[in-house]
Design a protein around this ligand. Structure first.
Ligand code: GTP
Length: 372
């Protein structure tokens, strides 16, 4: 599809390996992990469309065919998509430089693992009003020690960058929120064909060269899905939002696609989202916020609490799945128990009667002694 003339484009950076989200990302591209039973990237594209962006470049590397197979040229999603595949990691700024042939005007650059309701229209207006060469979206956090801090001064001009600072180094609580607006000229400062980062390369270079570089603070909702815990939190947040938007009570916040079956003696306490063809057996209990992907089954007497099950996951009779994430085709054996924070990669089986301690990560090659 053709994009309207003058509408800004966006580059989405989706070339990282998603190591912290393993084992979920062992077989699934990080941007394809399901959020409310749809790929994360689909939510991101919707947000961009709401702000008038009609053309997006996906800068990526491994598992790129997963995005291509699902999104194609974007026309089914109402947005034009281009794919730029890197042979080796070029870093965040290097990846944008590599997609430079698509970028002839002001453009957004978005980290592909961030969910936010940031007002991109207001950010673009901010950027234009100040005549910025680059604008960085900023969000506020209490503890900055694991983030890139951006200190701003008069008129929101960037004063200093500090990567993962000790609290004694700064009183600023504004961090880089992973959304930028760039004028195409700034890409001239990025060396071609080699790894180069925004945070440690391009932005400090712009600052020391005195280019107009601004920080745009906002109090938007912001979360990165970099870790299983945050991935779970985002899904819970969105289910609660859907519940309050619908004005439903907990017991009525149950959304199920075609072909689901809930046994009359089963208990389902919302908010719950069920994909097509899920089955909940006699005496089973599913407590929200939980999400069941297509074709999941929760067998008689089993319990699922605050968890996410990807497609075709099975929880056998009497098993308990608590605040856990089960990727595609997993099976929790009868009377087994996955406790808070457990994450199972695709096609993992948990032996009947076993108990996984909180935070255990499991995938099919996990040594059996860890599963007993
Ligand atoms: P971890 O391995 O867990 O750190 O995950 P990640 O590399 O996906 O995340 P990180 O926070 O390091 O990167 C932020 C965003 O930039 C993510 O959306 C990545 O996909 C993307 N990114 C990081 N490095 C590259 C790169 O070399 N090329 C491209 N195209 N994107 C990148």
């Amino acid at each position: 599809m053709e994009a309207a003339v003058g509408a800004p484009k966006a580059v989405i950076l989706v070339g990282g390996e998603g190591t912290r989200l393993r084992p979920l990302t062992l077989g699934t591209h990080k941007s394809m992990v399901p959020v409310l039973n749809r790929p994360f990237l689909e939510h991101l594209l919707e947000h961009l469309k709401e702000h008038g962006i009609q053309e997006v470049v996906l800068a990526l590397r491994h598992l790129h065919h997963q995005l291509l197979d699902y999104f194609g040229d974007g026309s089914a999603f109402g947005i034009a998509l281009h794919y730029v595949v890197e042979d080796s990691p070029l870093g965040t700024a290097g990846a944008v430089k590599n997609a430079g042939h698509f970028l002839d005007d002001t453009c957004f650059v978005i980290n592909g693992d961030i969910y936010t309701d940031l007002d991109l229209t207001a950010m673009l207006e901010f950027h234009r009003q100040r005549g910025a060469m680059a604008t960085i979206a900023l969000t506020h956090v209490e503890d900055v020690s694991s983030y890139g801090v951006v200190e701003i001064g008069v008129g929101s001009r960037v004063r200093r960058f500090l990567e993962k600072p000790h609290p004694s180094q700064t009183s600023a609580q504004t961090i880089n929120a992973g959304t930028y607006i760039l004028e195409p000229q700034v890409l001239d400062l990025v060396p071609p064909g080699q790894p180069y980062m925004f945070e440690t390369g391009l932005f400090p270079a712009l600052l020391s060269a005195g280019w107009p570089l601004f920080g745009h603070p906002s109090s938007c909702y912001w979360i990165d899905i970099g870790t299983p815990q945050r991935y779970l939190s985002l899904n819970h947040h969105l289910l609660h939002l859907r519940q309050s938007a619908a004005g439903h009570s907990q017991s009525h916040s149950i959304w199920s696609d075609d072909g689901c079956y809930v046994h009359p003696t089963a208990q389902v306490v919302g908010p719950i989202l069920m994909g097509e063809g899920c089955r909940i057996g006699a005496g089973a209990r599913v407590e929200g916020p939980s999400i069941l992907g297509v074709g999941c089954s929760v067998e008689p007497g089993a319990r699922v609490v605050g968890s996410i099950l990807w497609a075709q996951a099975r929880v056998e009779a009497g098993a308990v799945v608590e605040k856990s994430v089960l990727a595609r085709g997993c099976c929790v054996g009868s009377r087994a128990h996955t406790t808070s924070g457990c994450v199972l990669g695709d096609e993992t089986s948990v032996p009947p009667g076993s108990r996984l301690e909180p935070g255990t990560l499991v995938w099919p090659e996990t040594p059996p002694e860890k599963l007993s």
